[in-house]
Design a protein around this ligand. Sequence first.
Ligand SMILES: NC(=O)c1ccc[n+]([C@@H]2O[C@H](COP(=O)([O-])OP(=O)(O)OC[C@H]3O[C@@H](n4cnc5c(N)ncnc54)[C@H](OP(=O)(O)O)[C@@H]3O)[C@@H](O)[C@H]2O)c1
Length: 302
Amino acid sequence: MVARHHRNGQKVTDMAETPVTVIGMGMMGRALAAAFLQAGHPTTIWNRTPGRAQALVEAGASEAPTVGAAVTAAPLVIVCVRDYDAVRDLLAPAETELSGRALVNLTSGASDEARAMAGWAADHGAEYLDGAIMMTPPGIGAPETVILYGGPSAAYEAYEQTLRVLGGGTTLISTDVGLPSLYDVALLGIMWSTFNGFMHGAALLGTEKIAATDFLPMATDWLKGVASFLTAYAHQIDANSFAAADATLETQVPPVRHLIHESRMRGIDATMAEYTGELLAEAIDCGHALDSYARVIDHFRR
Ligand SMILES: NC(=O)c1ccc[n+]([C@@H]2O[C@H](COP(=O)([O-])OP(=O)(O)OC[C@H]3O[C@@H](n4cnc5c(N)ncnc54)[C@H](OP(=O)(O)O)[C@@H]3O)[C@@H](O)[C@H]2O)c1
């Protein structure tokens, strides 16, 4: 790694940094390219619709005239577009140029798509890493930003320092290219159910003119407590042993009923609470009334 230095307050780009190509100049692609430029990497960009990243060009990026020219500009080619179909479509004219390069696909997708894409890349002589960005564009480059990778260790290690420019939480989680997408959807599922829980709570309190911002500190503290329960539940799931150490399923039936009642009484959608009630009833019907909430995993495994 070559040191960078500053002259007259200006960062001096050291051309020994690995050249990178970023394909896709949507919100995320622009943030990725900006981080590489900021870190001094010679950066080539390409987008289906040209001219969407003029600020990056002014900051020193080269906009390639064709996708083939973009691919040949760097040994490391990052692609981040709408979906995997778009990746295939846009890379089709550059199949030959991909040979001998590392293709890193940061487009969101599913595990089967990632595995198929790895096969496609191998057929064209390219190394392939699949990645899942667990952050929005403004967080790209931050030390706490997590980007999960899957693929061959050698390809990851060859470019790890360069990829770390995009986020301090850059990690190879598996040599299986399918796993970043699987972690991605699992984590997004937690995010959306948490969002929905907050919206439901804010709507309930809103019926008494309590502002969401007043509810916020209590909600965020509560989430920390809720997260701490997961440690015991994870161990119970792995051990397939669900003896309740905190609260039984049966104990949680009345509070869920209260949530349904309050929601209906105040004209707030009770569907999520009703669903939770159904999960409890199903587990109790199966004879698990004295188990912990982790027993609900049985429902999802079906
Ligand atoms: N934004 C986020 O917070 C975030 C977070 C994590 C992961 N991601 C993932 O990052 C990827 C890009 O997201 P984004 O926020 O940059 O989306 P975006 O702003 O909507 O940009 C979409 C990009 O995909 C390109 N594209 C769409 N269809 C195409 C096609 N058929 N052929 C070639 N290029 C095509 C667009 O090109 P044109 O300019 O020509 O339309 C544009 O560059 C997605 O997979 C997204 O899920 C985003």
